[in-house]
Design a binder for this molecule. Structure first.
Ligand SMILES: NC(=O)c1ccc[n+]([C@@H]2O[C@H](COP(=O)([O-])OP(=O)(O)OC[C@H]3O[C@@H](n4cnc5c(N)ncnc54)[C@H](O)[C@@H]3O)[C@@H](O)[C@H]2O)c1
Length: 281
């Protein structure tokens, strides 16, 4: 399939390289020309085990290219993945405004029907806004379907996570679109969980909130460990050999976004509030 990935950051680059490795023809677009030039010459901008070798291989085999030209990236593609970053608002929650900029650009440049998959972590309802932005600006004869496809890669084991992940979440109510994404991911042999768009967005937030809850538990245990001369890292390892117990700077923004949603809905989440408090401390 002809695929574009928007954003050559951590998620975008890993997704681009791995989709090319699966045999798809991948174009990765970024607004930072310097980044594009380095990547096109085979240089990785960060260290991720296995990434540079796959980058070089897929560039050489011409399945992967990098550009900053929106016409080349968007005009004739089957699937566009959005993997740009989000901003933190003054209250600590997520602002998806960069994704809306991408939605405008996609609507302007597409020349055929296309599926737009959002990999970025975005608040519930964001993908519906992306769909509205594209629908109100695209050529009227073209069909665009926006899908929530949240990313669960972990820095440090992203390549392994891509090829051997626990599940792939696809949020769409269109069965034809789900079937095409099924085909795209089929070589991975990873269970695909199809759901509606809002549930898919929520799965990522609930997943991170759950990990943050585990982390707050460990933070409390760490305070006791300090007092009794035990080593929290040893204790954490002993608890579960669980690679997901760790420190990830993204959790605060996502837990705060959930907390903000709960207050908007007037639906208190005392457990989450406690998690935020414990982890802040
Ligand atoms: N890094 C992780 O571990 C991780 C894991 C899962 C999900 N996520 C989510 O994925 C998203 C991306 O995260 P990241 O760490 O890769 O971000 P990042 O900041 O490393 O990269 C984002 C890239 O997007 C580019 N960009 C911004 N606007 C653009 C535009 N209009 N057109 C083209 N490119 C544009 C930027 O120049 C940058 O290179 C975030 O929503 C994040 O929450 C991240």
């Amino acid at each position: 399939m002809k695929v574009t990935v928007v954003g050559a950051g951590y998620v975008g680059l890993v997704t681009s390289v791995c989709l090319a490795e699966l045999g798809h023809l991948v174009t990765c677009i970024d607004i930072q020309q310097e980044k594009i030039d380095l990547l096109q010459s085979g240089q990785c901008l960060f260290h991720e085990p296995g990434l540079e070798a796959l980058l070089e291989k897929n560039l050489n085999e011409k399945r992967l290219s990098f550009t900053s030209n929106p016409h080349d990236a968007y005009s004739k593609k089957d699937i566009i993945f959005i993997a740009v970053g989000t901003q933190e608002k003054h209250d600590g929650s997520v602002d998806p405004k960069y994704l809306y900029v991408v939605a405008h650009t996609i609507a302007h440049y597409i020349e055929q029907d296309v599926i737009v998959c959002t990999k970025s972590t975005v608040p519930v309802g964001t993908n519906e806004i992306i769909q509205q932005i594209i629908d109100s600006r695209k050529p009227p004869n073209l069909q665009v379907e926006v899908v929530a496809n949240p990313d669960f890669l972990r820095e440090g084991s992203a390549i392994i996570d891509f090829f051997h992940g626990d599940r792939i979440v696809i949020g769409t109510s269109n069965p034809k679109v789900a079937a095409i994404l099924n085909e795209l991911y089929l070589p991975l042999q990873i269970p695909i969980f199809k759901t509606d768009i809002r549930s898919a967005e929520m799965i990522k937030y609930a997943f991170n909130a759950f990990l943050a809850t585990k982390m707050s538990f460990l933070n409390e245990m760490a305070r006791i460990c300090e007092n009794v001369g035990a080593n929290i890292e040893e204790v954490a390892y002993g608890i579960g050999h669980n690679k997901k117990i760790g420190y990830d700077s993204r959790f605060p923004m996502e837990t705060k976004t959930l907390a903000q949603l709960s207050s908007l809905l007037n639906e208190p989440l005392p457990l989450l509030e406690a998690v935020i408090q414990v982890n802040n401390r």
